[in-house]
Write a protein that binds this ligand. Structure first.
Ligand code: BT5
Length: 330
């Protein structure tokens, strides 16, 4: 696990502040209160992690500026810890280059008592999960896969609001980085130009009347070159890079996402579900359109939006209004 104040995070912060100038080993060792040998050991491991740090026995250490080759901003615990500035969400970051599923890991951590706000991030997933046993394709080096542990004091039937809350946070964050305004698709997708750019998987452990913990899993196609996606995904999905025509910095994206999640979670804890439902409606553009929901039973009609509990309302040809709590919109 990476706590914020680890020496390597501090050393990188220190060298960055020097903006391409040297800092002597002694200065760093004093500033951090660790020995010069310890500084040197951390520099070695930072270089292994991909940071281009030059060393001179006379002048000390210097981090090459971003943008100057071979600097290629790494996606790792150090960068994440330096960028994330939230109080709760992201205060403990568990980063893995590769994992079966960040949700599986977060569920295990939550069962072991990990506090609210603990997050898991992976650069790639071997068995990324969608809903209902479906797969989430999770290649390395390009996208975002993260899971957030929450411990809300709410009854289980209100957990659906947390999916809506997460969709609002993801949409809001995407809007900061994408030239095209995103839209939410009920119940758990974010679309850009009608193509899926992000998905949310909420899993929880609960008693009859209270939630033990919730894990919110979020997958965002950030810099995926869609040429590399399997055919069936390419037909329906997109990435932020595809829309923007340029890379989106993953670390900044995650930091913004956690800030947005934290903001909406505070609002939820203070004011309940209504502001969340209202915000979700603001990102929804399916109202008044024909809709087909695959579920049990299948439902077809005119979409009337969501009710205050997050259920989808569909006007059937009979004139009756169906309230759909689970399913896949086609
Ligand atoms: C979802 O499921 O959209 C929820 C996806 C949640 C993924 C995150 S990643 C971090 C965390 N850890 C996990 O293990 N999971 C979460 P669903 O609505 O069931 O959609 C799944 C369907 O989306 C698949 O059946 C594919 O058709 C399609 N799909 C799979 N990978 C995709 C991708 N990378 N981009 C867009 N569509 C994808």
């Amino acid at each position: 696990m990476m706590k914020r104040a680890q020496p390597e995070v501090e050393i990188i912060g220190f060298l960055r502040a020097k903006e391409g100038a040297y800092a002597s080993g002694q200065t760093i060792s004093r500033a951090l209160g660790i020995s010069r040998t310890a500084v040197w050991k951390h520099i070695v491991s930072l270089r292994k992690a991909g940071y281009p740090i030059e060393g001179s026995s006379r002048k000390g250490y210097m981090l090459l500026k971003p943008g100057s080759p071979p600097f290629n901003a790494p996606f790792n615990a150090i960068e994440l810890s330096s960028a994330v500035s939230t109080e709760t969400i992201g205060r403990d970051i568990h980063f893995f280059p590769s994992l079966d599923s960040t949700n599986a890991k977060a569920l295990a951590l939550a069962r072991d008592g990990a506090p609210e706000g603990t997050v898991v991030v992976a650069d790639s997933q071997e068995r990324g999960r969608g809903r209902l046993g479906r797969k989430w394709i999770s290649p390395a080096g390009t996208n975002l896969y993260t899971s957030v542990i929450l411990r809300p004091a709410i009854p289980p039937h209100m957990a659906q609001t947390l999916t809506l809350l997460s969709a609002v946070a993801v949409a809001e964050t995407i809007a900061l980085f994408s030239p095209v305004t995103p839209a939410v698709k009920w119940p758990n997708d974010i679309l850009v130009d009608s193509r899926k750019v992000a998905g949310i998987l909420t899993e929880m452990s609960s008693e009859t009347d209270r939630i033990n913990f919730v894990v919110i899993g979020i997958g965002v196609n950030v810099n995926w070159d869609m040429k590399n996606a399997p055919d069936e995904i390419r037909r329906t999905a997109t990435s932020l890079k595809e829309k923007k025509g340029a890379d989106v910095p993953r670390v900044e994206f995650v930091a913004a996402l956690y800030s947005s999640l934290e903001k909406w979670y505070k609002i939820f804890n203070k004011e309940g579900r209504l502001p969340i439902v209202k915000a979700w409606r603001g990102w929804f553009n399916g109202e008044g359109k024909p809709v087909k929901v695959k579920g049990s039973p299948d439902t077809k009609g005119l979409c009337l939006g969501i009710d205050d509990f997050g259920a989808l309302l569909v006007r059937l040809s009979s004139g009756n209004i169906a309230r759909v709590v689970a399913g896949d919109v086609e």
